[in-house]
Design a protein around this ligand. Structure first.
Ligand SMILES: [Zn+2]
Length: 273
């Protein structure tokens, strides 16, 4: 188990879970990193951008915020089915190496798609429309690549085929990590943004967190799937509050890392800083 995950799990044992809001638990099942996950990462990242980077975002997106465009890539899946594989990469948890020829054939996975879109956004020779679309992709895919089950797989389509119940509701493992756990926190989007901002203010390692590449970020997610998301599943697949208690610090860490990296990446691409 990587040291960072061991540390996070040690923290979990001593961190009291936030109160449960039962109204959230009654909400319908969410699919993919859910709207809340995408939006809150984009909002926390936006607050970290320099004035110059924000001006460039405005120049490309007009009045739309990064949070507003953060779920656009999911909304076009039906119209552009060829983009469907761009949201994930199924790296088996039993493998510890990213093998693009096997797990990303034809560049049809989140790692290669994110690299391509970063290239378009950074290309000042590309049209404004092309760069605006690339920006929407970059925001969305940095978020997706941090969702553990968008990169870890046990032959079950990243947990999509693992049917389970969580707090009495039928869902699957992938959907649970995409939105179910975020909802179970009982925090609103607003409260999540405040919570992550406070966590960030306390961290002294933001520079290190910002490092890496799409490939290393995907492998981190893969490791979290292998070491946390799958192993804490009870054999019965009937999950109660204890699953949330065991994994929520890791989930929060994924959201925090995605926010820091999105901000740092956009700053680098848009301003060269
Ligand atoms: Zn997605």
């Amino acid at each position: 188990m990587p040291a960072t995950i061991a540390l996070i799990l040690a923290l979990t044992a001593t961190t009291a879970p936030p109160p449960v809001a039962t109204s959230h638990l009654a909400a319908p099942a969410v699919v993919r990193w859910g709207r809340t996950g995408h939006r809150l990462i984009a909002r926390v990242a936006t607050a970290r951008l320099s004035g110059e980077a924000r001006r460039q975002v405005r120049d490309l997106l007009g009045r739309e915020s990064l949070a507003a465009v953060s779920t656009w890539a999911d909304s076009i899946r039906n119209d552009r089915p060829e983009t469907s594989p761009w949201h994930y990469v199924n790296i088996p948890v039993i493998d510890s190496v990213y093998r693009p020829e096997r797990y990303c054939p034809g560049g049809d996975c989140v790692v290669a798609a994110l690299e391509r879109q970063i290239g378009v956004l950074a290309n000042r020779g590309a049209s404004k429309a092309e760069r605006a679309e690339a920006l929407k992709w970059v925001v969305h895919l940095v978020e997706d690549i941090h969702m553990p089950l968008h990169a870890g797989d046990r032959g079950d389509r990243g947990g999509n085929d693992v049917q389970l119940t969580f707090l009495g509701r039928a869902t699957n493992l992938h959907a649970l990590w995409d939105g179910g756990l975020i909802d179970a926190s009982g925090r609103s989007e607003e409260q999540w943004v405040t919570f992550l901002d406070r966590q960030l203010a306390r961290r002294g390692d933001l520079r290190q967190i910002a490092e890496g590449t799409p490939e290393t970020w995907a492998m981190e997610s893969h490791d979290v799937s292998r070491d946390v998301a799958y192993p804490f599943l009870p054999r019965s697949l009937v999950l109660d509050r204890s699953y949330y208690d065991q994994v929520h610090v890791v989930l929060e860490d994924r959201l925090l890392r995605a926010s820091v990296r999105l901000a740092s990446l956009l700053e680098r691409i848009l301003t060269g800083r």
